[in-house]
Design a protein around this ligand. Structure first.
Ligand code: HSE
Length: 310
């Protein structure tokens, strides 16, 4: 039977987790909902809806440059098939251009929907490779596809990946400043080379971080989430970043880092810390430099993008 409608719910993701630049990704329970419906219209198009289902303005493109539509078309192209025209209704919950994986969510949704319309068994490896190629790096897309915490690395165009067997449940407080930082701009501030000592610093931190997450011994997380490869350079374009990270830890968070390319800051909590206290400390730190930030408390997403076909 031909598929007429596919609903995909991809999770928000936080890349890098501090020192794991372009490798670690953390999926969180905040999901966009993208409904792909066959339409007879000439061009595929997207509309953005608020959580009540009403059309709303957003920074999301509505034509063939929409990332979900592009990924959808790419999957059909590469399968040698003509993509059906679709109308994509997007309930957008993941803040756009804030370092929370909104573009990865759109790409993954497009690829998942394409497989569903083609009626083929998803090839996980192909999906991971394709998503990373469209996004340009594999960290957000791997976590968005697989859920949990993922480590990924490119060998040519192939994504090598492993899920980090996180001991216990992670809870994140995310502070989202009210200005966007496009990933390209945040990558442009990075240097071409880094001192050897900074590379050694990050190797140690990321090894400690992965081992801490797997063992459940979070005592060193504050140090294990430290970074010298991207955060120091990006602090120049995110006022209040360093203070918000410090405030989160002082308020009881186990560790804190810039989420992806920023500007959001993420703090990880253990079960006995009150998230509201950490959230208030982060908002206050941003407010001190006149940055408005909203906070969200998000558990780890155990599953990657979910899909319903009808
Ligand atoms: N690893 C990427 C970066 C994530 O930090 O530039 C961007 O979402």
């Amino acid at each position: 039977m031909p598929v007429d409608k596919v609903v995909v719910r991809p999770p928000a993701t936080s890349a890098n987790m501090g020192p794991g630049f372009d490798s670690l990704g953390f999926a969180m329970e905040l999901r966009d909902e993208l409904t792909f419906e066959r339409t007879g219209d000439a061009e595929s198009m997207a509309i953005t809806l608020d959580p009540d289902g009403k059309p709303c303005e957003s920074m999301i493109p509505t034509g063939s440059d929409n990332l979900a539509i592009r990924a959808f078309a790419t999957a059909f192209d590469e399968a040698g098939q003509q993509a059906p025209r679709v109308r994509v209704s997007i309930v957008n919950r993941i803040p756009v251009a804030r370092g929370l994986g909104s573009s990865a969510a759109a790409i993954v949704a497009g690829l998942v929907a394409a497989d569903a319309f083609m009626g083929i068994e998803p090839d996980l490896q192909r999906r991971l490779n394709r998503a990373a190629r469209i996004e340009g790096h594999p960290d957000n897309t791997a976590a968005c596809i697989l859920g949990g915490v993922t480590a990924s690395s490119l060998v040519g165009a192939r994504v090598l990946w492993a899920k980090v067997p996180v001991r216990g449940n992670l809870l994140a407080v995310v502070a989202v400043p009210d200005f966007p930082v496009p990933t390209r701009a945040a990558r442009n501030v990075l240097p071409g080379n880094v001192p050897y000592s900074d590379a050694v610093f990050n190797v140690g931190r990321v090894a400690l971080l992965v081992a801490s997450l797997a063992s459940g011994d979070y005592a060193n997380l504050r140090y294990a989430m430290d970074d010298r490869l991207h955060q120091p350079y990006r602090s120049a374009i995110v006022p209040g970043m360093v203070n918000a990270m410090r405030a989160a830890c002082d308020a009881g968070a186990m560790g804190s880092y810039m989420s992806g390319a920023g500007p959001s800051i993420l703090a990880l909590l253990s079960g006995d810390t009150q998230p509201e206290i950490v959230a208030a400390a982060m908002e206050e730190a941003f407010a001190r430099v006149r940055v408005n930030a909203v906070t969200m408390v998000l558990p780890m997403a155990m599953s990657g993008a979910e899909c319903e076909v009808s």
